[in-house]
Structure formats: structure tokens, C-alpha cells
Design a protein around this ligand. Structure first.
Ligand code: GLN
Length: 317
């Protein structure tokens, strides 16, 4: 007798979200302030789920590599926490900014100390710290991401890095402004080179879900066979990074994301979003059309539907 194969409930949820999300195409716009990103075909959607038991689920363009942009801020911050430790808090805060990701307004009244590591000013300070620490920061970061994804070919897109570097006037201004307050050590030009390369790293949803697994798994990475691998962070450090992602991971939409989705997230103007469900797993979603705050329209919708369909919540474990 033949029995019908039932789809896993999470596969069924991803299929349903994929179908529903199509209706939102056209509601946002691809980032165009970085000229190379304006070339991306807008109507793409991918989603990947990785569970702490090693199982994975994907739908749509989940294996297409895209520009991770500000999602790199999550990985550079983790690297800084590992090599600089709590001293990072002397140079960057940990409060939501309530302002655009590339805003300068708070920097003057707050004496060149950015609000948090996930806005551009904060990430530039973090990259400055790492530039002091590593002679070849690109390769330190790529090395970590290659280990986390088990993909030795993972790299940045040279054209995107060049295109952002040529138009990085505002980020350069942020760096010089912080330097005027004594909160920048290296030449801004050098730090901007590193920053633009890290933003131009390309990864797929499947890779991002795998690479961020340590945040769902008490600081420990899982290899692609689902076995325990590198201890990236102590459990207590992973808990704290997740708290920062929940409060600061979506710029001035962090409150809205917490309300709608309720999970720690990091977004990027490439249209990617990584979400962490501590103790359960990670989700990465990608759709290049952005809302006015620079977050993926379909990506936020997909995460909201996922938590509704699964009951996943930051406080559920
Ligand atoms: N590279 C982009 C910038 O610095 C990253 C911004 C983002 O993804 N929000 O403007």
C-alpha cells in the first residue's frame, strides 16, 4: 500500500509564506544609494530555517547569494566582543537609536559615542577597533564566516565594495566626526575600505541561517552535519548579543520589529534579515525590496507570518 508523504509542518509553513509573500512584490524599492545594489532584480524571495537539532528547511531563492550589507555588523560585533571584550562599551553604547541607520544627529550631543554597534556610526567604531587588532581584517572576518558556513569560497563582491566606497561620503563624515571627539583611532579611509568590503560580503539565506546558529545555540556553532562545532561565544555573551539584536537590530524600526516579530533580528539594505529564536533555531530571509527605513518588506512580512504559524517567540523558552 502506498502512503502519502506528508510535508514537515515547517516546510509547509515556508511554502505557505512563500506563496503569500508574492502579493507584496512592488511595495518596496531596492536600495539605490549604493549604485551597484540598484542593479539587483527586485522580485526575488528566499527563506531558510536551521534548527538546533541540525535540520534545515528552505524555500524560493534560499541558495542565491546576496549582499549581506548591515548583517555584517552582527558578525563584526561578535568578533569585537571576542577580541576586545567588554572594553567595546567604552566607545559605543547599547541603546536603541530611534534614528535612521546612517544618522549623525545624536553623535554631536553624545560626544562622538554612537548609540549602538548596529547603526553605521557604531559599526564604524567596531571596524576601527578591529582594524587596530587585525593586519588583514577582511580575512579574519571571512575566515570566521567560512568556518561557520563550511564554505571556503565565501567572499565579498569587489564591484559592490568599490561602488559603496566611491559613494561613502556620509559614512566618511561619520568617521571624521567621531575622530574629532577622539573616538576613532585609525585613518577613516582605511577603516572605510574594510567597512565597505565587509558590507559587500555575499551569502545566501541558507548560509546566513547556518552562520548565526551559535546565537540560537548558547554560543556554540553547529557544522553542516548538525554536530556541535566551535564555541563562538559564551552562553551569557550570546544571550546579551540577542538582547542587543532585539532592541537595536532593525535601526529605527526595532520597536516595530519587536512588536510584529518578537525575535532578535539583524537587517541589511541588501534585503536580508537574520532572526534568532534562542534554543530553537535561526531564520534568514531575503527579498531586495525595502521599506522607507531600509528593511525588507517581504522579509519582515515573512518573519511575522513564521512566528504566527509556529508560535516562536523570544520568550517561548
Ligand atoms: N553598507 C551600507 C551603509 O553603510 C549598510 C547599511 C545597511 O545595510 N543598513 O550604508
Amino acid at each position: 500500500m502506498r502512503s502519502a508523504t506528508l510535508a514537515h509542518p515547517l516546510s509547509a509553513a515556508l511554502d505557505q509564506i512563500h506563496t503569500e509573500a508574492q502579493a507584496l512584490f512592488g511595495q518596496g524599492q531596492v536600495a539605490d544609494y549604493i549604485p551597484a545594489l540598484a542593479q539587483v532584480q527586485p522580485r526575488q524571495f528566499g527563506m531558510a530555517l536551521a534548527l538546533t537539532d541540525g535540520s534545515t528547511f528552505t524555500v524560493g531563492d534560499a541558495h542565491t547569494a546576496f549582499s549581506i550589507q548591515s548583517i555584517s555588523k552582527l558578525f563584526t560585533f561578535v568578533l569585537a566582543l571576542k577580541v576586545v571584550g567588554d572594553a567595546v562599551w567604552k566607545r559605543v553604547g547599547r541603546e536603541p537609536s530611534g534614528a535612521a541607520f546612517n544618522s549623525m544627529v545624536q553623535l554631536e550631543s553624545e560626544h562622538g559615542i554612537p548609540r549602538n554597534p548596529f547603526i553605521n556610526a557604531g559599526a564604524l567604531v567596531i571596524t576601527d577597533m578591529l582594524t587596530t587588532r587585525y593586519a588583514h581584517l577582511d580575512y579574519a572576518l571571512l575566515g570566521a564566516l567560512r568556518r561557520l558556513t563550511d564554505d571556503p569560497t565565501l567572499s565579498w563582491n569587489v564591484q559592490v565594495a568599490k561602488s559603496e566606497r566611491e559613494t561613502a561620503h556620509r559614512n566618511m563624515a561619520l568617521a571624521y566626526f567621531m575622530k574629532s571627539y577622539g573616538n576613532f583611532v585609525n585613518p577613516p579611509e582605511l577603516v572605510l575600505d574594510n567597512y565597505c568590503r565587509q558590507c559587500a560580503i555575499e551569502m545566501s539565506c541558507a548560509q546566513l541561517a547556518q552562520a548565526s546558529m551559535f546565537l540560537a545555540n548558547a554560543g556554540r556553532d553547529l557544522n553542516r552535519h548538525g554536530q556541535a562545532d566551535e564555541q563562538m561565544l559564551l552562553p551569557d555573551e550570546a544571550r546579551r548579543v540577542n538582547a542587543l539584536l532585539l532592541t537595536c537590530g532593525a535601526y529605527d524600526a526595532a520597536g516595530d520589529f519587536a512588536y510584529r516579530i518578537g525575535l532578535p533580528v539583524k537587517t541589511g539594505v541588501g534585503g536580508g534579515i537574520v532572526a534568532i529564536a534562542p534554543g530553537m533555531g535561526t531564520v534568514a530571509v531575503w527579498a531586495p525590496e525595502l521599506d522607507a527605513k531600509g528593511n525588507s518588506v517581504l522579509g519582515a512580512f515573512a518573519l511575522e507570518r513564521l512566528v504566527q504559524l509556529t508560535g516562536w517567540h523570544y520568550a517561548s523558552r
